[in-house]
Design a protein around this ligand. Sequence first.
Ligand SMILES: [Ca+2]
Ligand SMILES: [Ca+2]
Ligand SMILES: [Ca+2]
Ligand SMILES: [Ca+2]
Length: 598
Amino acid sequence: MKKLLVFFILIAFTVLAQTQVINKGNVYYLSNTVMVKVADNNIDNVLQSKVVQQIKPDKIEKVFPNQSTALYKSGNTLNNIYKLNYFSDENPFDVASKIKKIPGVVWAEPKYVKRVTYLPNDPLYTSNQQKNLERILASAAWEISKGDTNVVIAIVDTGVDWKHPDLMANIFVNRNEIANNGVDEDDGGFYPDDIYGWDFGGLNGTPDNDPIEDPSKTGYSYHGTHVAGIAGAVTNNNIGIASIGFNCRILPVKVSRSDVRDANDNPYVVYGFEGIVYAADKGAKVINCSWGGYSYSSYEQDVINYATAKGALIVAAGGNDASDQLFYPASYDGVLSVGWLNTTDDTKSFAGNYGFGIDVMSPGTMILSTWRTDAINNNLLYSIINGSSMASPLVAGLAGLVYSKFPSYTPLQIAEQIRITADNVDAQNPGYEMLLGRGRINAYRALTESGSPSVRASDVRLTEIGNGNGIYQSGETVEVSADFTNYLAAANNLNISLTTDDPWINITQGAFNVSLGTLQTVSNKFRFTIKTGSPIDHTVVFVMRFNSSGYSDFQLFSIKINIPLETHSTSKIQMSVTSKGALGFNDYSSNKEGIGFK
Ligand SMILES: [Ca+2]
Ligand SMILES: [Ca+2]
Ligand SMILES: [Ca+2]
Ligand SMILES: [Ca+2]
């Protein structure tokens, strides 16, 4: 029945629906497209619905048709996610919110696209100085580990010039694939001849097996090649640059298409999350995402969960907008998010993002790395550019080294090892205390220190004990429940507390003591009351503190209290506890907190 219906829709309309990138403020998405997840894999309800018939469906397809439903514990399968293209002019946000009401639909949302996160610099300026490597003590780290050639770091980006003389020897080679026979030997038919990675977007939307970056009109938008060189340029080969990842391998995954670019000639990241799934399925241990946007998406969080369950750590750029707004994928649960520091460990002179969504900081200013050669840029082999895009792959490359050194670690243990051994940079950044994660990564410490616990709160949920309207109001008590996991060394007599400086909050149940072994989790609750007379639409910042002998750590989140009832558009509860914590976002697609959207 399902196949017949899809076939019918396909022949009913012979012209393809045109999709283009549109934006609503700083949120970018595709026109004429919605993503839908259905329970029990039953899409027929959706197809037959009035809503879908009214938008003139073009085609509906499974995003990951080769996924088995039985593969992973129920929450992590991507088998039941569909992409629906349609002809009508209706905005994907409106269409998605209607489809979401159809019984059996888990979520429906626009197909978001993301933007690369670097700021181009003077392209002719080159230098042999790689201060970013000095700053994180890379050479001392290489004394401990130069990386394992079996550890694969995927560069999910605008492509990689994999033939570059300073990259080629480190490019992952797919030994399960027979080259140039037009047949897919290892991915169920979907990625034929993908010897050096995959190109999801090609020149104009048709995928191909060559993930080299598409030619740039200006010669100056070769983002992915630059990112790849930072994580994994060939090192100790007497040419060009060194990379932190040293011997780790690079898997190029191109997730842009040449014909969808912004005004500066930079390709948009259209297929980023499809690329993450591909990389995880190929066995990548680290997946770097030097791109992002300000749209939260259930689809994207599902993909992150899937990749993490497959054993890949996702490392992502924190953004370049001098903003504390949550940036994705960096701020998704399970992603190690990376903020951007300059050469003297400070953020104040430029535009890096900061705030609750950041886990660690990394140098991203004046970064020298590989560049795609072409006639327009006079065959430049290296270039210097700036951005959190350049900070993230330094962390991804370090993650490759940490995995090589501690091969039994889970993805989140790798993330925590890097986070907990970072150097505090508060002194260089007055006014940003606690807003730069744990501080600047230190490669040597990440490979040599193993004594510290590392505790993160997840699944943080707030429950109002009051009039039941889902809004935290003056006079009410609120219960905060969370799971606390210790990722690293055992912690004895750990004190976990909830604190705030906010004068309108009275914490009535705010601390407990527990001993937590490695990878042990405990659930617990806190309570606070909101004082009468507290202001309307007021943001409260909470700090969860974790302390035991020799270990001190924190995690932040914020909520809004006394949100005016009648304005749903401002009822978004801003919550985050860095990327390791699961928190509800009371927004359109998530609805974990508060009253949701009615
Ligand atoms: Ca293949
Ligand atoms: Ca083949
Ligand atoms: Ca290509
Ligand atoms: Ca080199």
